[in-house]
Ligand binder design. Structure first.
Ligand code: 8NA
Ligand code: MG
Ligand code: MG
Length: 345
């Protein structure tokens, strides 16, 4: 479809759910042989095997809250969104939330709370979380706001409800920017896609807070920009092993060690790869490759899925995969609603 078409919206939201659901199988595994990944994905095609429904985790649970809040309020309302996070957590606490964020979600349910950003600020002795929990639910911001400045601003504020460290919320901004650009068709020119992300993140990471956090955590001055440069270097190489991707970009639960990784998965899988089946399209390659990196597989596949889905569109997602994933049909419906909101504003 064309720029910001309905198919791209549906692809983004549905493939994010898919990545979360199919990625759950390998979450936390140190090494994941491609053979196991393909076996897992093949089992989804085989209706006789009756894999059953793959449940979504915190990634999708929180993204659904973001979507519902943006749709109901027709824009960003921090109080409404915080309330939805808290309510969702208390209704289904077993979705695999990060161990730190649970404290925030409990505090957010208190009716006395006036500053909804305060619980997040209190995390990790006042340093705030740098986990990828803000980034994993950032895609809907790109589907609600056509304006780039709004995407940046609201993805940041939405993440800050649980992640007050700049390395946490800036990861959410990067993820939302990647989905935003992908919706516009920017992945047709992958080198330029990365360059545009670098330009945007130079500005995002140009503030004093980011510099200070980066220094304390012994990271480069602009940590996400540095990782985007690494992606560019990896893209120029004719061959890259999974081990190199993990050591250069990471596969962990920190936003810095997973958002750039997800972006790399998408650009790397734009073309056929030796390690992946020839009959796979780009979206299937992206999901399979994300899982083969191991580590935080559900979240990396969820974020890569959102970016790739916005590029390829919903038609690229195998029906048999969609049928296996809890929440995929809902995501499809919500994508249609977000598409209307996006085009009316
Ligand atoms: P979070 O805010 O609790 O952060 C996740 C973890 O990162 C924390 O529990 C800490 O161990 C560490 N961390 C974050 N900030 C700091 C800091 N400033 N100082 C020291 N340590 C810190 O939760 P979240 O929402 O960011 O977590 C998201 C991830 O957790 C997602 O991947 C989600 O799927 C889930 N999850 C991941 C795994 C896994 O094995 N990869 C397992 C279960 C759940
Ligand atoms: Mg999860
Ligand atoms: Mg995860």
């Amino acid at each position: 479809g064309g720029s910001a078409s309905l198919s791209r919206f549906r692809g983004a939201l549905v493939a994010a759910v898919l990545g979360d659901c199919v990625g759950g199988e390998f979450e936390g595994a140190e090494e994941v042989p491609m053979e196991s990944v393909l076996q897992h994905l093949n089992s989804l095609d085989d209706e006789t095997k009756g894999t059953g429904i793959l449940e979504y985790s915190d990634d999708t649970a929180m993204a659904r809250c973001v979507v519902q809040s943006l749709l109901t309020r027709a824009g960003f309302d921090e109080h409404d969104m915080a309330r939805r996070f808290a309510k969702e957590y208390s209704a289904s606490p077993g979705r695999g939330y990060g161990s730190g964020v649970i404290q925030v979600l409990k505090k957010l349910s208190s009716p006395q709370l006036s500053d909804v950003y305060q619980p997040a600020r209190d995390q990790f002795n006042g340093r705030g979380s740098f986990g990828n929990g803000g980034a994993m639910r950032a895609a809907p911001f790109a589907l609600a706001f056509p304006d780039l400045a709004d995407v940046k601003r609201f993805a940041r504020l939405g993440a800050m409800l649980t992640h007050s460290c700049s390395l946490g919320y800036n990861g959410a901004v990067l993820q939302a920017l990647a989905v935003h650009l992908s919706l516009q068709g920017a992945l047709d020119l992958p080198q330029q896609f990365i360059s545009r992300l670098i330009t945007e993140m130079e500005e995002v990471e140009g503030d004093e807070v980011t510099r200070n956090d980066a220094r304390i955590l012994k990271e480069a001055e602009k940590p996400f920009c540095e990782r985007l440069h690494r992606i560019r270097d990896l893209m120029e190489r004719s061959k890259v092993s999974i081990e190199e991707v993990i050591s250069e970009l990471g596969n962990g639960i920190a936003a810095l060690h997973s958002v750039p990784t997800a972006i790399f998965c998408v650009v790397h899988c734009l073309q056929p790869r030796e390690c992946l089946p020839e009959n796979y399209g780009g979206l299937e390659r992206t999901i399979a490759y994300s899982l083969a990196l191991g580590g935080d597989t559900d979240t990396i596949a969820c974020m890569a899925g959102a970016i790739a889905g916005a590029h390829y569109g919903v038609e690229a997602i195998p029906q048999s995969w969609i049928k296996c994933c809890e929440g995929a049909e809902d995501a499809d419906m919500n994508a249609k609603r977000l598409h209307m909101l996006y085009h009316q504003s």
